[in-house]
Design a protein around this ligand. Structure first.
Ligand SMILES: C[S@@+](CC[C@H](N)C(=O)[O-])C[C@H]1O[C@@H](n2cnc3c(N)ncnc32)[C@H](O)[C@@H]1O
Length: 261
């Protein structure tokens, strides 16, 4: 079962997804996917719909982007975005589960899933479903994170490790990317492309991705057993690193493009 994403997550993601690193991640994902006018694509776990709307511009008036998400709040937010951007005729949105796609076999030219499968316990099934709905010759782009790649400058590395372990308890698959080439193959697909998308912040910028996840990381760590004082001390250390040269964060996202033979 998916982690429940509610209204506060919508607000949080809307903010974090405006960060320059994530804008760039979407641009690289779209470039790898190469959506063409008239195509029909599926965005699995579309969240607040930023990528779905960008893809809708690429497929043009004759194309369609279908977005599904387990969270009705995310779907509502994506719908509002499509309306605001005048794209409601090209973007179809509905609640749905990545492991049970309610679409006919071979009905999409491309499928994309960005930062979704880390929340999905039955990830093999999700990939088999994505592969099923893809047309022969279609493209399937997956972006996910391995949290082992996270480097964050902190005053107390042991405390940091405990906070991150608490945070990662939220994910069904915190280390999915190294397994993805094998899972893609097992789903009957062919791996066409693999790339790293680094997220790098060398200053404490409130608009950056990493500063945006400090609060949620504290909350998740506390929810998963880290004492509140410890999580707050970890947060205070990071938030205090505003002086030039005292902040560093890096995390790798991995982009895979598979094709259906
Ligand atoms: C971190 S957000 C990513 C949103 C979007 N793909 C993006 O990168 O902008 C994860 C999204 O996956 C959705 N999700 C999690 N598990 C899911 C599942 N089993 N089926 C469909 N959506 C799911 C969540 O509701 C949430 O909107």
């Amino acid at each position: 079962m998916a982690t429940a994403f509610g209204p506060s997550d919508v607000e949080r993601l809307e903010k974090v997804y405006a960060a320059p690193e994530i804008v760039e991640q979407r641009a690289r994902t779209r470039a790898a996917l190469g959506a063409r006018p008239g195509e029909r694509g599926l965005d699995v776990g579309c969240g607040p719909g930023l990528l779905a709307c960008e893809l809708a511009r690429e497929v043009g008036a004759a194309g369609r982007v279908v977005g599904i998400d387990a969270s009705p709040d995310m779907i509502e937010s994506a719908r509002a975005r499509a309306r605001r951007e005048g794209l409601e005729a090209r973007v179809e949105l509905s609640s749905g589960d990545a492991t049970r796609l309610d679409f006919p076999t071979e009905s999409f030219d491309f499928v994309v899933a960005v930062q979704v499968y880390l929340y999905v316990k039955e990830v093999e099934r999700a990939l088999t479903e994505g592969a099923r709905v893809l047309k022969r010759g279609g493209r399937y782009a997956i972006v996910d994170t391995d949290w082992d790649s996270c480097v964050w400058l902190t005053a107390d590395r042991d405390r940091h490790r405990r906070v991150m372990e608490g945070r990662l308890a939220e994910f069904a698959q915190p280390h999915l990317p190294p397994r993805l080439p094998g899972l893609i193959r097992a789903a009957g697909l062919r791996l066409a492309q693999a790339a790293v998308i680094p997220l790098l912040d060398v200053r404490h910028d409130p608009a950056s991705f990493s500063v945006g996840i400090i609060g949620p990381t504290r909350n998740l760590a506390v929810r998963h057993g880290v004492p509140r004082e410890e999580a707050e001390a970890w947060e205070a250390d990071l938030r205090g690193r505003t002086e030039e040269g005292r902040y560093f964060f890096s995390l790798n996202r991995f982009l895979f493009v598979a094709t259906k033979p």
